[in-house]
Design a protein around this ligand. Structure first.
Ligand code: ZN
Length: 116
């Protein structure tokens, strides 16, 4: 059974809220870290920590951007009217799957086969 308008509206709201949240987080992450310009050797260790933090920020940002593109993709599918349809086998993704993961583009079976 295809999703009705009310259900799609429900997921659309969830996706838009998630999208806004992710965009906010990405914006916060992209603020460049402030590096100490002092050459004091007692601060070297602290500096290393700062660099390390910047590194983890980058990968966190990548994860967020990846999630954001999934959400944008799902919203795009909503516009085209094929939201909730598995991209691999074309069956309708169950309501239960979409409820836990509104940006999902694969049905439960294909997801399992993908090992995701
Ligand atoms: Zn499938």
């Amino acid at each position: 059974m295809a999703l009705n308008k009310k259900q799609i509206k429900f997921f659309e709201g969830k996706l838009v809220a998630e999208k806004e949240e992710l965009e906010k987080q990405i914006k916060e992450l992209s603020v460049p870290p402030v590096f100490s310009s002092e050459k004091n050797r007692f601060q070297e260790e602290e500096k290393a920590d700062e660099i390390e933090e910047a590194g983890s920020r980058l990968s966190a940002g990548e994860v967020l951007r990846h999630n954001l593109s999934d959400i944008k993709n799902a919203l795009q599918k909503m516009k085209k009217g094929n939201y909730g349809i598995c991209e691999k086998c074309g069956v309708l993704i169950s309501f239960k799957v979409l409820k836990t993961e509104p940006a999902s583009i694969f049905c439960q079976k294909c997801k399992r086969e993908k090992g995701d």
